[in-house]
Ligand binder design. Structure first.
Ligand code: PGA
Length: 251
């Protein structure tokens, strides 16, 4: 059984005060979340404050990106060591916004994955095709190539520390969600790729989140799909009541 994993990706939103207020409301409304994992991917500046606010709670702290070196002359960069030091359990790697605006290639994504795992930082690895790629019938090939490139050199044992997040770029922030059936089909393709790389048992144990306009009113249907094991949520994670409804999905 794969434990569903619901992650908020705040992107470049929330001051310290806003982050702390959200954490308070989230914990107040969380109730019994046994059997599901809740993750908050916050801006770097809020991580230390959130560590305090979430202490003793079941909510895991996460970053949205990481650099691949441990330390050195890399102005502006944050290392895996720094993220574990501040209490992060996870980091997102390979988000399409990092690939688009910050030049993260498949090779860089792969280096970041190795660096994070080496430091005991779990990874939410994001992959997904663009609209032109989907329209050209290449969505499956693009996503499979991203998975293979990002995981080059990653062992089967390390896959226990990795979550995948399928996020079709055209569905991010647009209100245009993939249909549950389309998402399920891609998730099954991703799992088949993992089975080729690591064998069926490992593939069956890896959680694959869907991301891209996940909302309170579509999460239940998405989570009902056999190979959708969680959600990576942007816009709808910014308000506690909305994210709480997503955490409390009913499949
Ligand atoms: P969205 O973003 O929920 O606002 O579409 C998802 C993401 O980019 O992780």
């Amino acid at each position: 059984m794969r434990t569903p994993i619901l992650a908020a990706n705040w992107k470049m939103y929330k001051t310290l005060g806003e982050a702390e207020a959200f954490a308070g409301e989230l914990l107040a409304g969380l109730g019994d979340v046994s059997g599901r994992e809740v993750v908050l991917c916050a801006p770097y500046t809020a991580l230390d404050r959130l560590r305090g606010a979430l202490a003793g709670s079941p909510v895991a702290l996460a970053a949205q990106d990481v650099f691949y070196e441990e330390q050195g002359a890399y102005t502006g960069a944050i290392s895996p060591l720094m993220l574990t030091d501040v209490g992060c359990a996870y980091t997102i790697i390979g988000h399409s916004e990092r690939r688009q605006y910050f030049g993260d290639t498949d090779e860089i994504v792969n280096r970041k994955v190795h660096a994070a795992l080496k430091h005991g930082l779990k990874v939410i690895l994001a992959i997904g095709e663009s609209k032109p790629q989907r329209d050209a019938g290449q969505a499956g090939a693009v996503v499979v190539a991203q998975v293979r490139a990002a995981l080059a050199g990653v062992s089967g044992a390390q896959m226990a520390e990795l979550v995948l997040a399928y996020e079709p770029i055209w569905a991010i922030g647009t209100g245009d969600t993939a249909t549950p059936a389309d998402a399920q089909q891609m998730h099954a393709t991703i799992r088949a790729t993992l089975a080729e790389l690591y064998g069926q048992a490992t593939a069956d144990a890896v959680r694959i989140q869907y991301g891209g306009s996940v909302k309170p009113d579509n999460v239940d249907e998405l989570m009902a799909q056999a190979d959708i094991d969680g959600a990576l949520v942007g816009g709808a994670s910014l308000k506690p009541e909305s994210f709480l409804r997503i955490v409390h999905f009913q499949a």
